[in-house]
Design a protein around this ligand. Structure first.
Ligand SMILES: [Zn+2]
Length: 253
């Protein structure tokens, strides 16, 4: 049997790695149904397996408790995640949120506890970059060479430009992914989609968790032409720019 290559580097794989991490998928004892059907795995070297394992719990705490998730995410948050939090005396939360508040809504008998804070954006980006590489390897059967940029569609921002850009990206993804198949055998926990490559050879992936948390991945393969887009140049240089997408307009600067 030929030796397999790690999904992140040129080393020979010594183990397999779950993408996304297995801990995002609730166990039967918590959910009552099997949500770990045909989990996606990719071959991984020693180094990349270890590197990533520290981030798995971080990712789980960061995204399973997000408001708007389906009941699977909510159950998961109340089961496994609360256990993990209690086990670490809530220190895990300190690591996930750079700044956090616990908000309680309701009376003393029935209340909803919400986490509200500023997640560690850089670390989340790094986690999703690994997942994006893993999904690529799984879907296309080969490692991705090039630039991967994750956009966290689920985080709120008050800055006007990032806000508009995210709305723009969301709409672009919605239009280009319409009718594209959803992959993943546990869609209530996770599925992904891919667009066709555009004129430059770039394509977009969508990772969707708990039917609510959307992460958009821009894949720019090494062999793709560097995209030059006058509109984006103007936008980045601070000049008022309006993009039209379908019947919607997005104004920058
Ligand atoms: Zn590796």
């Amino acid at each position: 049997m030929p030796q397999e290559q790690c999904y992140m580097c040129d080393e020979v794989a010594t183990s397999v790695e779950h993408v996304p991490p297995k801990c995002l998928f609730p166990e039967i004892k918590d959910s009552g149904v099997d949500l770990r059907v045909n989990l996606i795995t990719v071959p991984s070297c020693e180094e990349h397996n270890c590197k990533k394992s520290h981030d798995d719990e971080f990712l789980m705490v960061s995204i399973a408790g997000i408001l708007g998730n389906n009941s699977i995410g909510y159950q998961h948050y109340n089961g496994k995640i609360q256990r993990a939090l209690r086990r670490t005396s809530y220190k895990l939360l300190e690591k996930v949120f750079l700044r956090k508040e616990l908000i309680r809504i309701g009376d003393e008998n029935q209340f909803l506890e919400l986490l509200w804070g500023t997640p560690d954006h850089e670390r989340l980006i790094s986690c999703f970059r690994y997942i994006a590489h893993g999904i690529h390897r799984h879907h296309f059967g080969k490692n991705f060479n090039g630039i991967i940029k994750p956009y966290l569609g689920f985080l709120y921002t008050n800055e006007k430009n990032p806000k508009t850009f995210k709305a723009f990206l969301k709409e672009k993804a919605r239009l280009e992914l319409a009718g594209k198949p959803k992959y993943g055998d546990n869609p209530k926990v996770f599925y992904y989609q891919f667009t066709d490559p555009d004129e430059f050879g770039l394509y977009l992936g969508r990772l969707c968790f708990y039917q609510n948390v959307d992460v958009y991945i821009s894949y720019q393969p090494t062999e793709a032409k560097a995209p030059y887009h006058l509109g984006f140049e103007l936008m980045n240089s601070g000049i008022k720019t309006i993009f039209k997408l379908g019947d919607k307009e997005f104004e920058f600067n």
